[in-house]
Design a protein around this ligand. Structure first.
Ligand code: ATP
Length: 435
């Protein structure tokens, strides 16, 4: 399958089956903004929950935070975003498209292959708005371009309230906004997106080891959720790619149909951010060792991932086509933790009240512990195909026999094998399989 065809198929499935819609589509859409439909929101929430579990709940040394999107404008002066968060913008003289200079392909416009461009100019990616009743320069605030700064400005609050000793981390999931010059590839590059970021504070001498630990932990997270290892790469940044304060950065990249692209970056940011905020706020943001009373600025390791990019990568990775009985079966082979629907309960005959009632009863009992749906809008073969196409782990079918023996047929998405299971044991059976 040509790679663009594959992406087109996935985008079309996403729309048709309620994963991802274009934002404000009835008005022609808004570039760089997307909406998650009923199945997309479940999938994305599962991605976020899996991340939170892995980096907060399953560890001893990381706590969560939820900082506001609007922050004091000096935050962005201190972090360097006001002056340096820029892309170099050029306009192609061939097709008049505005481009990022670093997105040229061998000096050519990726759209029309022209080689003549306007003078480059710096373009700040922060989205501005204003707060309060007066719209003057004193009311200007920015929609945060990253969640990380919300963690740095709360460093002292977290230390004081949680009494943690180094090393420890603070994790956050939240919206970020960037006025991207060329949003594209569906939810890969958008102007409004969600980040999943950790700032992990440690003693300066421990930073190199913690940096390596986090690279491995974050790479392994994608693999543990079933991502194809042959498509997941680590790329160490060259010295000339690093920000002046960074002591190292490694990207986790995924082989999308449109090319190898960044899912997440893990950086050793040294003590730059805390020192900057201390300088601009006049507050002492040093860490005081409770035993030795020694004061110093911790170093920070930052694993910074995109929730939307991870979700898109899991979708692409899950997409499979196979031939079954001379027909193409499309199946999303999501990891059980990520599948938006775990179980579909299907009555074999929707005209039989007994079957329908039992199927609905089973669904209502299961839904207290397992995300499930009931569907009786087509014949069973079609219902199976529909559930495969959205990655539902199991289909439970209720038939005439079920009314007599209180057994149902459970079909496994991946093997398509069917098994008879007693209704009384069904929830336990499914919960065990979903583990
Ligand atoms: P890129 O080089 O692709 O623009 P970046 O290196 O600027 O990304 P970071 O600033 O390191 O990205 O942001 C951390 C993570 O946030 C990225 O790895 C990505 O997953 C996500 N992210 C950044 N920009 C966007 C965007 N415009 N749309 C969706 N996700 C994004």
């Amino acid at each position: 399958m040509a790679e663009n065809d594959l992406m087109d198929k996935i985008v079309s499935l996403c729309k048709r089956r309620g994963f991802i819609f274009q934002s404000s589509e009835i008005y022609g859409g808004l570039a760089g903004a997307w909406d998650y439909g009923p199945l997309g929101v479940e999938l994305k929430r599962n991605v976020k929950n899996a991340w939170w579990q892995s980096v907060v709940h399953h560890r001893d040394d990381v706590m969560g935070l939820d900082a506001s999107i609007l922050m004091h404008p000096t935050t962005w002066k201190a972090s360097g975003h006001t002056d340096n968060f820029i892309d170099v913008l050029i306009e192609c003289k061939g097709c008049n498209k505005r481009l990022r200079q670093d997105h040229l392909k061998n000096g050519k416009c990726p759209q029309c292959l022209a080689t003549v461009f306007s003078e480059p100019r710096n373009f700040n990616l922060m989205l501005k708005t204003s707060i309060g009743a007066m719209e003057d320069s004193s009311s200007v605030v920015y929609l945060r371009p990253e969640t990380a700064q919300g963690i740095f400005v709360n460093f002292a609050n977290v230390v004081d309230s949680m009494h943690r000793k180094l090393p420890f981390g603070v994790a956050q999931i939240g919206k970020a906004f960037r006025n991207e010059i060329t949003p594209g590839n569906t939810t890969f590059r958008t102007r409004e997106f969600e980040q999943m970021e950790i700032e992990y504070f440690c003693r300066p001498e421990d930073a190199p080891a913690k940096y390596e630990e986090w690279i491995n932990a974050r790479y392994q997270w994608y693999l543990d959720l079933g991502m194809d290892k042959t498509k997941l790469k680590l790329r160490k940044h060259e010295q000339d790619e690093l920000a002046h304060y960074a002591a190292g950065c490694t990207d986790v990249e995924y082989e999308f149909p449109f090319g190898l692209s960044e899912l997440e970056g893990i950086a050793n940011r040294t003590d730059y951010d805390l020192k900057q905020h201390a300088q601009f706020s006049g507050k002492d943001l040093q860490y005081k060792d409770p035993v030795t009373n020694e004061k110093f600025y911790p170093y920070v390791i930052e694993p910074s991932g995109g929730c939307d990019r991870a979700t898109l990568a899991f979708l692409v990775d899950a997409y499979h086509e196979e031939i079954v009985n001379d027909a193409t079966r499309v199946v999303l082979r999501f990891h059980p933790k990520l599948a938006p629907i775990k179980v579909a309960v299907l009555p074999l005959l929707k005209k039989n009240d007994g079957i329908v009632d039992l199927a609905k009863k089973i669904k209502h009992d299961l839904q207290k512990d397992i995300v499930c749906v009931y569907d009786d809008t087509a014949a069973i073969g079609k219902l199976y195909r529909r559930q495969d196409e959205v990655g539902t782990m199991f289909c439970v079918t209720v038939d005439v026999q079920s009314l007599e023996d209180q057994m149902v047929t459970v079909r496994d998405r991946d093997t398509m094998k069917q098994e008879r299971v007693a209704v009384a044991q069904l929830k336990r059976y499914l919960l065990d399989k979903l583990k």
